[in-house]
Design a protein around this ligand. Structure first.
Ligand code: 13P
Length: 254
């Protein structure tokens, strides 16, 4: 597939996989994906499996991501994880502001913006998630919601940092529901997000930023979604939990 930006396909394992299960999956992916060079491949296991998965994918083309990170560097923040701790395991990417964290942990755009800056200061790359709910889409508020989230969650970044940031458009109504955004809906939202980035930063920055689609991505719909001009990858949940389906998503996208 001839793309303007290199595709980045990441598996968000969410709160799944014991260490043993994570190692099984990592071993399968390492084997199946060994020859893939066309796509940046990322896996984001739970914190408890980062150490072992990091060792398992050493010397492979698979990069490691975390699912969250503290905005603070060190100190009395019970239950939180700092950048320096992730770097011990060669983590390269950090998912921020996933809709599940926005919903269950009340994460705000302002907090996500501070976390994104902390991620960059540690020389890691954030994958910043945005997306509207079904109620917001049905009320015709999609563009307003996306604009607010993009402007708010990326507010602390400069142009150089923005270029090294991945944005994940994940319509909340498509996550884990089996309902994928139609190609037209996905392209429209991605193009809109890129226009907002052009307004916030400039056209050159907007053209370089990779925008992933997330929400019920499967082997059967990956090719069509990844072929859209403003879709530069995928953030995969359920289908990233098995080597076969995650591998097929990637191979179908090449
Ligand atoms: P599903 O692929 O299970 O819909 O999850 C998408 C997601 O939330 C990835 O972060």
């Amino acid at each position: 597939m001839n793309k303007e930006r290199k595709l980045i396909i990441a598996g968000n394992w969410k709160m799944n996989k014991t260490v043993a299960e994570a190692l099984d999956l990592a071993a399968g992916l390492k084997l199946e994906l060994a020859n893939v060079k066309e796509v940046d491949i990322v896996v984001c296991p739970p914190y408890t499996a980062l150490s072992e998965v990091s060792k398992a994918i050493l010397d492979s083309n698979i990069r490691l991501g975390a699912q969250n990170m503290s905005e603070h560097n060190v100190g009395a923040y019970t239950g939180e994880i700092a950048a320096v701790m992730l770097k011990e395991f060669s983590v390269r990417y950090v998912i921020l502001g996933h809709s599940e964290r926005r919903q269950y942990q009340q994460e705000s755009d302002a907090l996500i913006a501070r976390k994104a800056l902390a991620v960059h200061r540690a020389a890691l790359k954030p994958i910043v998630c945005i997306g509207e709910t079904l109620a917001e889409r049905e009320a015709g508020q999609t563009e307003q919601v996306l604009s607010t989230q993009v402007r708010g969650s990326l507010a602390e970044l400069d142009k150089e940092q923005m270029v090294e940031t991945v944005v994940a458009y994940e319509p909340v109504w498509a996550i884990g529901t089996g309902k994928t955004a139609s190609p037209a809906q996905a392209q429209e939202a991605h193009a809109f997000i890129r226009r907002v980035l052009a307004g916030m930063f400039d056209e050159t920055v907007a053209r370089k930023v990779r925008i992933q689609y997330g929400g019920s991505v499967k082997p059967a719909n990956a090719r069509e979604l990844m072929s859209l001009p403003d879709v530069d990858g995928a953030l995969v949940g359920g289908a990233a939990l098995e080597a076969r389906s995650f591998t097929d998503i990637i191979k179908n996208s090449i």
